[in-house]
Design a protein around this ligand. Structure first.
Ligand SMILES: NC(=O)C1=CN([C@@H]2O[C@H](COP(=O)(O)OP(=O)(O)OC[C@H]3O[C@@H](n4cnc5c(N)ncnc54)[C@H](OP(=O)(O)O)[C@@H]3O)[C@@H](O)[C@H]2O)C=CC1
Ligand SMILES: N[C@@H](CC=O)C(=O)O
Ligand code: NA
Length: 358
């Protein structure tokens, strides 16, 4: 039996709970004993009994107490059986506490990119504390949502392959936007601003879509993969192309941004037309380049014969060129959205449960 405490019950967290609830009969060894959002928390009663996952929303509303992270962590870490903290927030404050969670004997599973792509000191501390305390940290959904990107990269490396280049479309949001906006043979599609709104409605974007359009979300994924590859990448130095129109970058809220984005539809139409005049389509790519030192994130024009040009929906595509795979090993599929992100988190939880089962 493994006990789970969930921090963050928004889009992804709620979907994870639904998936855990559906599978509760086949995986009764996983038990959610605590959950919290930024205002309220629910700790199970009697102590360490499983929460009822079919009524958690209502129970959090009616019986939840004021959120208190340290009390929450104390409760989960005193679990009589091994326990996991699942961080489904995008919070730096929570990410900064992973070393503490590990010191307290908790495993960590998360789709939150902050800890693995921010300050290198935090990243190193997490790796050291995991090792010292013999605890596991799994973050598959931080890159390509549930697609097996991180596990594949780690398997290639630990079996002795040499990574020459990783290149891909790492953003479900930017994939969806440019797949819809810049299709080969398409003269008049929806305006850019409308497509961005649909990407948000579909649950692909970060809470503020500017965190996708400014390239930061892709840059974080490039840093995460680069660090696993052994490179010293940092958000401070990685070249990143920000496609948020300058006058909209400092608006206070994402809704103001979305309401004004249509003022720049003609700017994006011009970019599309220039690519089209050369029989090309626009795609937003990330590159991890351990050999050539050309890692970065940018909007490029690609010929329609290029494999990245024919993507559909919110698909990600990640191509690993290695010593063993001179023709790249390619992973492709939906790389954003609650269902596929929660799938990656759920499978990480199962991996820990498998390893801690006695
Ligand atoms: N959407 C996707 O396709 C993908 C998302 N991800 C990642 O998944 C994570 C979650 O995304 P998503 O579900 O869309 O985000 P949401 O904004 O929908 O949900 C975030 C949740 O975290 C809670 N939260 C925020 N800060 C704190 C805090 N300090 N303490 C406790 N709870 C907190 C929020 O509570 P409250 O509502 O009270 O503020 C909310 O319940 C992000 O890191 C995102 O990058 C990764 C891959 C794909
Ligand atoms: N906003 C991100 C969500 C997953 O990381 C994306 O669009 O890929
Ligand atoms: Na993944």
């Amino acid at each position: 039996m493994i006990n789970v405490g969930i921090i963050g019950v928004g889009l992804v967290g709620s979907e994870l709970i639904s998936q855990l609830a559906v599978h509760a009969s086949s995986t009764p060894r996983i038990s959610v004993i605590a959950l919290t959002n930024s205002s309220k928390q629910l700790l199970s009663t009697p102590t360490y009994s499983p929460l009822d996952l079919s009524t958690w929303k209502q129970t959090l509303q009616t019986q939840g107490t004021t959120a208190n992270l340290s009390a929450f962590i104390d409760y989960v870490s005193c679990s009589p059986t091994p326990a996991i903290i699942v961080d489904n927030t995008a919070s730096q404050e929570i990410a900064s506490q992973y070393p503490l969670f590990l010191k307290k004997g908790l495993h960590v599973v998360t789709p939150n990119k902050k800890a693995f792509s921010g300050a290198e000191t935090l990243y190193k501390e997490i790796m050291e504390e995991a090792k010292k305390n013999k605890k596991l940290v799994f973050n598959e959904s931080t890159v390509g949502a549930g697609l097996p990107v991180i596990s594949t990269l780690k398997d290639l490396i630990r079996t002795g392959d040499k990574i020459n280049r990783i290149e891909g479309i790492f953003s479900g949001t930017l994939s969806y936007i440019f797949n819809e906006f810049s299709k080969s043979g398409d003269d008049k599609g929806q305006p850019f601003s409308e497509i961005v709104k649909v990407a948000k409605e579909n649950g692909y974007t970060e809470p503020d879509p500017r965190d996708d359009l400014n390239g930061l979300d892709v840059a974080r994924k490039v840093v995460i993969l680069g660090r696993i590859t052994g490179m010293n990448l940092s958000l401070d130095t990685l070249p990143v192309e920000n496609i948020v129109p300058e006058p909209l970058r400092n608006l206070a809220t994402s809704s103001e941004f979305l309401s004004r984005l249509s003022e720049f539809d003609s700017h994006f139409d011009n970019l599309k037309q220039t690519a089209k005049n050369n029989n090309q389509t626009l795609r937003y790519v990330g590159v991890i380049d351990p050999i050539g030192g050309e890692s970065g994130v940018k909007l490029v024009s690609l010929p329609s014969s290029h494999p990245f040009a024919s993507l559909k929906g919110s698909d990600n595509i990640i191509a690993f060129t290695t010593q063993r795979f001179p023709n790249p090993l390619i992973i492709q599929g939906a790389g954003a959205g609650a269902a596929v992100t929660a799938f990656g988190i759920f499978s990480d939880i199962l991996k820990i449960a498998d390893r801690t089962d006695s």
